[in-house]
Design a protein around this ligand. Structure first.
Ligand SMILES: Cc1cn([C@H]2C[C@H](O)[C@@H](COP(=O)(O)OP(=O)(O)O[C@H]3O[C@H](C)C(=O)[C@H](O)[C@H]3O)O2)c(=O)[nH]c1=O
Length: 188
């Protein structure tokens, strides 16, 4: 498994090995011992799976607040998406900085997101499927969103037209309008 650091502490790109043959390929998409051997032992407890029918579907920017923060391991099962992580850990050296990465079914790349970061993605092709592991269960009372186009974050989503959003995402507040519950030390 290839592990690449990003300039956001704890945000990493992971690419598991693929064994190709005439039928296609096989890959262990997640192996806890192999992750632990790279110092990345996370106790994932929930798998999520969503399919977005249209190109330009944007889901995010989402988080779960304490005591139910979530670290995530994200990959694209079908199609292609641009995935974005924003560091909102108060005290972080990269506070308010963001990283974007193309995750596709073909490149097999995965994104490891520590707790204390906002997560969102936009689809690049129709019928794109995302699957991701979470280190805590869904907690609706802790589920939060920040607007995708928050001017304080300045994310370049690579969009030429307005994205398709859920009502929740279309009405999300700016980061400056929420009581940020994340601190750098606690989130590491
Ligand atoms: C997140 C979640 C949602 N749900 C239910 C609640 C709603 O009735 C329905 C759709 O939820 P939502 O519109 O929040 O789904 P997304 O917009 O894909 O949200 C996700 O997208 C971004 C990219 C994320 O990283 C989060 O995991 C998550 O916020 O699924 C559940 O039952 N369990 C869950 O863990």
């Amino acid at each position: 498994m290839k592990v690449e650091d990003t300039f956001l502490p704890g945000v990493k790109f992971l690419t598991p090995q693929r064994f190709g043959d005439a039928r296609g390929f096989f890959s262990e998409s997640w192996n806890r011992a192999r992750m632990a051997a790279s110092g990345l032992d996370h106790d994932f407890v929930q798998d999520n799976h969503s399919v977005s029918a249209a190109t330009g579907t944007l889901r995010g920017l989402h988080y779960q607040s304490p005591p139910h923060t979530q670290a995530k391991l994200v990959r694209c099962g079908r199609g292609a998406l641009f995935d974005v992580v924003v560091d909102v850990r108060l005290g972080s050296p990269t506070y308010l900085k963001w990283v974007g990465v193309d995750l596709t079914a073909d490149n097999g790349k995965q994104l490891l997101i520590p707790a204390g970061c906002l997560h969102g993605f936009v689809t690049r092709v129709a019928d794109t499927e995302i699957v991701y592991k979470c280190t805590d269960y869904y907690a609706p009372d802790c589920d939060g969103a920040v607007r995708w186009d928050d001017p304080d974050l300045g994310i370049d989503w690579g969009l030429s037209t307005a994205p398709i959003l859920s009502d929740k995402d279309a009405q999300a507040p700016r980061l400056s309008e929420i009581d940020n519950p994340f601190t750098y030390e606690a989130a590491l």
